[in-house]
Design a protein around this ligand. Structure first.
Ligand SMILES: Nc1ncnc2c1ncn2[C@@H]1O[C@H](COP(=O)(O)OP(=O)(O)OP(=O)(O)O)[C@@H](O)[C@H]1O
Ligand SMILES: [Mg+2]
Length: 311
């Protein structure tokens, strides 16, 4: 598997005096982000997420350690051509229209003049801002500016999309639109690396996450492997009420399904497994089981609280 971003002991101190070093904003971050993944970067305020993103984007330089993007140094022009970026507080010239702003971006990205108009309207439609193409950015709301920022980030069909807090300022429709945009970028093979505090959205769209606290990486990996299994969910086929009744008294949750079947939730895996296995021996195929997992929110608080002793 190719890694699109790879950091090795990446460390950043923001300025220091000879006799006293500040705490590092980022400390020995070693992380790999494979091609085609949607990676959510999480952590409390001041954890070091924006610092990491700036290092990846070559906006600041590491104090120690290294970062590679597409296997190269992030200051390589070939790397920059493959990137799309949304900064944490996008701000654009207020006197420009949305179209004019994107036209400047298209020129900088060297999109041929004959293709610019089509491409700009294509991205404006993706972020649902085509009706505001001729309106001045200065009159836009926070969410509208965020949408224009996302439009410029995807203008050059990036192979890596880096978004710092892209969900900030978006209403529920905007958040859904952004989730759809990220999913469609992933479907095109784009790798997405973004930071966010909205854990429920991260859980839905990411396949991988990393959690930072006080500049230290607490964990990273596939989301389905990180979240602990907390129990079992059993679906009992319609017409098998006798099985449901037998298992019901051990279940922590019971739902009668519209199709006449039952959904039972068990917290105690071992007991539930042996009960379900003996029911399945008598009636093979009558029950389908899936593991239930803790939510990303539960996992996040568990990890961050456990690390509160880290200095
Ligand atoms: N330009 C700077 N000069 C000095 N210190 C800075 C600078 N930028 C960030 N820091 C410090 O580095 C640490 C990490 O900040 P960073 O912006 O990377 O956090 P973050 O995880 O993005 O937080 P948030 O969720 O609030 O956006 C913080 O302690 C912050 O005060
Ligand atoms: Mg930040």
């Amino acid at each position: 598997m190719t890694n699109i971003i790879e950091t090795e002991e990446l460390t950043k101190y923001y300025g220091f005096l000879f006799w006293k070093r500040n705490e590092p904003a980022l400390s020995r971050l070693t992380i790999k982000i494979p091609e085609g993944s949607v990676f959510g970067f999480l952590g409390p305020n001041g954890a070091g997420k924006t610092t990491t993103i700036k290092l990846v984007m070559d906006l600041i330089r590491p104090t120690e350690g290294s970062v590679k993007v597409f296997g190269r140094s992030p200051d390589d022009m070939e790397v920059k051509k493959m990137l799309g970026f949304l900064p944490d507080c996008p701000a654009f010239s207020s006197y420009l229209s949305a179209y004019d702003f994107l036209n400047i971006c298209a020129k900088l990205l060297k999109i041929p003049p004959s293709e610019r108009r089509k491409k700009i309207y294509e991205v404006l439609c993706i972020v649902k801002m085509e009706k505001h193409a001729k309106s001045k950015v200065g009159g836009f709301s926070r969410g509208m500016i965020q949408r224009i920022g996302i439009a410029q980030a995807i203008l050059n069909n990036p192979k890596l999309l880096v978004l710092d807090e892209p969900l900030v300022g978006l209403d529920p429709h905007g958040r859904q639109d952004l989730k759809d945009i990220i999913t469609s970028q992933k479907d095109k093979g784009t790798t997405v690396f973004f930071s966010s505090h909205i854990l429920s959205d991260v859980e839905k769209i990411c396949d991988r996450i990393g959690i930072l606290n006080k500049g230290i990486l607490l964990c990273s990996g596939r989301i389905d492997e990180l979240l602990s299994v907390t129990g079992i969910r059993a679906h009992i086929n319609p017409g098998r009420d006798e099985i449901a009744k037998e298992l019901m008294e051990h279940a922590s949750g019971t739902i009668k399904l519209p199709n006449g079947g039952w959904e039972l939730v068990f917290q105690n895996n071992n007991q539930a497994e042996s009960l379900i296995n003996s029911a399945l021996e008598k009636s093979p195929g009558a029950i389908a089981i899936t593991p239930t997992r803790e939510s990303l929110e539960e996992f996040f608080f568990r990890k961050v609280e456990n690390s509160s002793g880290i200095q």
